[in-house]
Design a protein around this ligand. Structure first.
Ligand code: DLL
Length: 433
C-alpha cells in the first residue's frame, strides 16, 4: 500500500521545486544556527542565493562522521535545547558516538517515513507487529514502533534477545509481521527449528529487515524459513534512523523518502557527483530537520541511484540494495573484497549454514591471509572426513572464482559461530595497518 500518494507519487518536477525550496531554507537555517556550517559556507563564499537549481547542491560542503564525532555531543544542534524531545546515538567500535537530536517535527517526519516504509511491506491496521529491533539509543526499535503505531497496527515492543520468549509470543499472539536485523531473523528461525516450531504454519507473513548488510540469497533463506515476504529497509542514525529508504512489492531497489532526505552519489575518492546508475558513496541532506540537520552527509555506504519509473507507481528515486561500505571493504592482496560477496557465494553452496566469519591476518611474509570460517549443516558434520574435505575444497574453489583471490576455508561445527541479536559481526581484521 502507498501510505502517502501525495508525496510518494508526486510529479518529479514538482518534487524538485519542493526540494530546492527546502534546501534553500535549510542553508539559511544552519547558517544562522550552527557555527560549524556558518564557517564552512563563509569559507566557500556560498549563500542560499547561489542555489538556483537542485544540482547546485554540489557546491555545498560535505559533512563527515569525523565532524560529528568532533562536535559531540551538541555541536551540530540547530535549535534551542528546550525544543529537543528525543535523542538517539549510534556507537561505532571506536571514538565517540554520533548523536541525533530530534524536535517534535523531526519525530513526526520520522514517523511519516517509517509509516511509508512499513506500509510498502504490506503493514495495515490489522497487523500485529513483533518489533525485535533494539529499543534504547538505537533507532531501530523506536523507528519501527512509531511507524506501526501511526498505521494503526498493534505493536509488540519486544526489543532484541530472549529468543525462546520471542518464539513463544510469536505463537501465542499470532504476530503477522516481524521487524529485526536479518541476522537475528535467521537466528530465531534456527532456534524455532530446534524447538520443533514450524514458522511456516504461523500467521507471520512479512517483515522489514535492515540495519546491516544482507544478500539476496539471505533474503531467500528468510523467506523460505518463515514462509514470508522479506523487505529491505535502510537508514542511519545521523539521518533520523530507519525509514530513509525502503523496498516496495517490486523489490527492485529501495525507494528514498527524497522529499525528506535528499540523496546523491559521489566518487568517494574525489568527492565528485556521479550520474545515476554509477556506483559510489551515498550522501544525504536532511531537507527539513530542525534538531541536528545535516548537509551532504557522507554515509560511506556504496550503491547507485535508479531513476527509471517503478512498477509500484511511486515516483521517488531508488537506490540498489547496498553493496557494502567504503570502510568495510577489505583490501586483500590488492583486491577489493566485500563481506557481502562472500555471503552471496556461500549461500549457493549446499551443505553450509548461512553463518560465517571472515578473519584477516597479515603473516610473517607481510602477505594478507584470509580464513573463512563456515558452519556446516548438522547432517554433513557427522559425515566422514572425506565428505567434509570435499565440501571445504568446493568452497575454496567457488571463492577463488568469485573473488579472484585464494582464501583458506575452515569448516566449523553447527552453532559454533557466535549469533547476534542485533547487528552481526562478520569480519575480524587482525592486520595492524
Ligand atoms: O542501523 C538504522 C536502521 C535500523 C536501519 C533498523 C534499518 C533498520 P545505524 O546504527 O546508525 O542505524 O547504522 C547505519 O547501517 O550506514 C549502513 O551501513 C547499515 N545499514 C542500515 N540499513 C542497511 C541495509 C541503523 N538495509 C548503517 N542494508 C548504515 C545494508 C544497512 N546496510
Amino acid at each position: 500500500m502507498i501510505f502517502n500518494p501525495e508525496y510518494e507519487c508526486m510529479e518529479a518536477g514538482a518534487r524538485r521545486q519542493l526540494q530546492l525550496a527546502n534546501l534553500k531554507n535549510l542553508v539559511e537555517y544552519v547558517y544562522r544556527h550552527v557555527p560549524f556550517y556558518r564557517e564552512k559556507l563563509d569559507a566557500l563564499g556560498i549563500t542560499s542565493r547561489d542555489l538556483h537549481r537542485l544540482e547546485d547542491i554540489q557546491h555545498l560542503p560535505f559533512t563527515s562522521k569525523d565532524d560529528l564525532r568532533e562536535l559531540y555531543p551538541h555541536g551540530l544542534r540547530a535549535c534551542p535545547p528546550d525544543r529537543i524531545v528525543e535523542v538517539h546515538m549510534s556507537s561505532g567500535t571506536t571514538g565517540k558516538p554520533v548523536v541525533d537530536e530530534y524536535t517534535m517535527h523531526d519525530i513526526n517526519i520520522w514517523r511519516e517515513a517509517m509509516s511509508r516504509t512499513m506500509a510498502a511491506a504490506g503493514c495495515t491496521k490489522d497487523d500485529i507487529v513483533q518489533n525485535c529491533y533494539g529499543y534504547g539509543l538505537f533507532t531501530g526499535g523506536p523507528g519501527a514502533h512509531y511507524g506501526a503505531l501511526n498505521i494503526g497496527a498493534e505493536v509488540l515492543p519486544m526489543s532484541s534477545g530472549n529468543t525462546a520468549r520471542q518464539l513463544m509470543i510469536m505463537q501465542d499472539f499470532g504476530s503477522t509481521m516481524l521487524t529485526c536485523t536479518p541476522s537475528y531473523a535467521l537466528y530465531m528461525a534456527e532456534e524455532a527449528a530446534e524447538a520443533g516450531i514450524d514458522l511456516r504454519k504461523l500467521p507471520i507473513s512479512k517483515g522489514c529487515f535492515g540495519a546491516e548488510p544482507w544478500s539476496e540469497n539471505m533474503r531467500k533463506e528468510i523467506e523460505s524459513r518463515y514462509g514470508m515476504k522479506a523487505y529491505d529497509i535502510y537508514g542511519l542514525t545521523e539521518i533520523t534512523g530507519p525509514g530513509v529508504s525502503f523496498e516496495c512489492e517490486a523489490q527492485n531497489g529501495l525507494h528514498v523518502n527524497e522529499d525528506l532526505f535528499y540523496p546523491e552519489i559521489i566518487d568517494p575518492a574525489t568527492g565528485k557527483t556521479l550520474p545515476d546508475g554509477e556506483k559510489g558513496e551515498m550522501v544525504f541532506t536532511t531537507l527539513t530537520k530542525e534538531g541536528t540537520p545535516l548537509i551532504r552527509y557522507r554515509t560511506r555506504d556504496i550503491t547507485f541511484l535508479i531513476r527509471e519509473p517503478c512498477a509500484c507507481g511511486r515516483t521517488t528515486v531508488r537506490h540498489h540494495r547496498l553493496f557494502g561500505r567504503t570502510d568495510d571493504m577489505l583490501i586483500i592482496r590488492g583486491v577489493n573484497v566485500f563481506p557481502s560477496q562472500i555471503e552471496q557465494a556461500l549461500f549457493e553452496i549446499e551443505g553450509t549454514e548461512p553463518q560465517y566469519l571472515i578473519i584477516v591476518n597479515r603473516g610473517e611474509s607481510h602477505l594478507d591471509d584470509v580464513e573463512l570460517q563456515v558452519e556446516v549443516k548438522k547432517e554433513f558434520f557427522s559425515d566422514e572426513t572425506r565428505g567434509l574435505e570435499a565440501l571445504r575444497a568446493r568452497i575454496e574453489n567457488v571463492m577463488k572464482s568469485k573473488l579472484q583471490i585464494g582464501i583458506k576455508v575452515k569448516l566449523v561445527e553447527p552453532k559454533s559461530i557466535e549469533r547476534s541479536i542485533g547487528k552481526a559481526k562478520r569480519v575480524i581484521d587482525n592486520r595492524k595497518i
